[in-house]
Design a protein around this ligand. Structure first.
Ligand code: NAP
Length: 255
């Protein structure tokens, strides 16, 4: 069937948190489908040589861009830079995220603030700025990284769960405004994926065994398991999907 593949040729994508983990896999999946990817990290330009090697030969391209997304002024500067360099972002993937684990009764407000800044405030600011430009051009895709903790409370991560719950709601809110204007806003909610984000869980044999026993698929997800559903949502194959948070969790939420 013509067009029944993920084709992102000629599209420019901005992927936050592209230095490692799920974001790096997303950047690679989008570039494999032909997108020219701008990958954001706090110091990702330091990996420029490795990245150039990794993305060589793909249908699209990769360009690293440094920005500390916990700093609102830095986000403003990045937007100005993107405009001045003439980058029109067709696909925004709000992937960067951090997690801070501590019991609620002792949870430092600094940890709460840090998580909210990266996992929620930056998602809103980038969506507002780049989403407005997409609406003006009449097309665009925004994909946010939510979590199974958008639905569940988790353990020892009150700020993270609160922020991820809000990301799922923000996704719906933006979709309600922009769906009729050619912009798809959706989210992917990963389950437990083997990255730095879950290193503490992977290193705790008791927690890990309990998690694996509860996941119907019986294993950790891998970054690529999340990357391809994101690439699908970034394509016109998904053009009638709006405001959805798609769980990609090995069946975790079904249990
Ligand atoms: P990860 O391996 O810890 O990578 C986090 C990424 O976010 C890195 O590229 C990091 O860049 C970037 N980042 C963090 N703080 C930043 C800041 N202030 N400014 C710019 N970039 C920043 O995480 P992951 O597991 O791939 O997670 C990716 C997303 O999926 C997150 O939103 C996470 O909450 C979500 N998620 C993950 C899981 C899981 O099981 N792994 C489950 C559900 C949801 P630097 O290298 O520059 O620090």
């Amino acid at each position: 069937m013509p067009g029944a593949r993920i084709d992102l040729l000629g599209q420019t994508a901005l992927v936050t948190g592209a230095s490692r983990g799920i974001g790096r896999a997303i950047a690679k999946a989008l570039a494999t489908c032909g997108a020219d990817v701008i990958g954001v990290g706090t110091a990702i330009t330091g990996q420029a040589d490795d990245l150039q090697h990794e993305f060589e030969g793909l249908a699209g391209s990769f360009r690293p861009l440094d920005c500390d997304l916990s700093d609102r002024a830095a986000i403003d500067r990045m937007i100005v830079h993107l405009d001045q360099a003439g980058h029109k972002i067709d696909i925004l993937v709000n992937n960067a995220g951090i997690i801070r684990r501590a019991p609620a009764a002792q949870h430092p407000i600094e940890d709460w603030d840090a998580v909210m800044a990266v996992n929620l405030d930056a998602v809103f600011l980038l969506s507002r700025e780049l989403g407005r430009r997409m609406v003006e051009r009449g097309h665009g895709k925004i994909i946010n990284l939510a979590s199974v903790l958008s639905y569940q409370g988790g353990i020892l991560v009150p700020g993270y769960a609160a922020a991820k719950g809000a990301v799922a709601q923000l996704t719906k809110s933006l979709a309600n405004e922009w769906a009729a204007q050619g912009v798809n806003v959706n989210a992917v909610a990963p389950g437990y994926v083997a990255t730095d984000n879950t290193a503490a869980l992977q290193a705790d044999p008791e927690r890990e065994a309990a998690l694996m026993a509860r996941i119907p698929a019986g294993c950790w997800g891998q970054p690529n398991d999340i990357a391809w559903p994101v690439a699908f949502l970034a394509s016109d194959l998904a053009k009638f999907i709006h405001g959805e948070t798609l769980a990609v969790d090995g069946g975790w939420l079904a249990r």
